[in-house]
Ligand binder design. Structure first.
Ligand code: SIN
Ligand code: FE2
Length: 225
């Protein structure tokens, strides 16, 4: 009797087994993950980011409690988020240079408006963009974004470079947080009743991204003033 040979395992078979990730995922009543939404903007975002970084370099700030944050940050827009012993706040001038923060690049603004609209927030007009740089091993503890003058506007958060796991929790620090893997080009938008949810980033695993190297860049657009 001839021996039965099993069917070959072809890449097609694997493709049919892998569940494709949905492009859009709802994380809350007014919170959305828009997978890959920033990809068409990357070519315009990266040179703009390099200009921002040149005018206002990444720096590690102190928390009000005196700890050095592991994530380095900079800002663009008319207001920039800063932290030191005196607290968290928005400032029109970069404390390192004494000059205004670099202007919000048009590509950032364009992406923010499109992403906000896709998540149901029309006419988003951000004036502040916090840019975070994560190297492998850095993390961001659970926190709420509540330093903005009005909480009526959404947060648009763009991920570039190496992947990370975002924690999306409840309205108290103790509520369990959902783990959301974020990849290059993913955009999160949260506002309305989800605006004050605790969120953070697990320690970033070592990896290398073809465009950004061993870095994750996150930028978060807000209407702060
Ligand atoms: C933040 O909450 O400011 C950053 C979130 C992220 O890095 O994705
Ligand atoms: Fe945040």
């Amino acid at each position: 009797m001839p021996q039965q040979t099993p069917p070959p395992i072809t890449p097609d078979l694997f493709a049919s087994l892998a569940e494709p990730l949905p492009a859009t995922e709802r994380l809350g009543a007014q919170a959305w993950l828009l997978r890959g939404f920033a990809l068409p903007f990357v070519e315009a975002l990266l040179p703009a980011l390099a200009e921002v970084e040149q005018a206002a370099p990444f720096r590690q700030m102190l928390t009000p409690g005196g700890q050095t944050m592991s994530v380095a940050l900079t800002n663009c827009g008319t207001l920039g988020w800063t932290s030191d012993r005196r607290g968290y706040r928005y400032e029109p001038l970069d404390p390192l240079s004494g000059r205004p923060w670099p202007a919000l690049p048009p590509a950032f603004l364009h992406l923010a408006r499109e992403a906000a609209a896709a998540a149901g927030f029309a006419d988003f007009a951000p004036d502040a963009c916090l840019v975070n740089r994560y190297l492998p091993g850095t993390r961001m503890g659970l926190h709420q974004d509540r330093d903005e003058r009005s909480l009526a506007h959404p947060i648009v958060s763009v991920s570039l470079g190496i992947p990370a796991v975002f924690l999306f929790g409840g309205y108290t620090r103790r509520e369990p947080a959902r783990r959301v893997p974020l990849a290059h080009g993913d955009v999160l938008v949260w506002g309305g009743e989800d605006r004050l949810r605790f969120h953070g980033i697990l320690p970033v695993k070592a990896a290398v991204h073809p465009l950004l190297g061993a870095r994750r860049i996150n930028f978060t657009l807000r209407k702060a003033g």
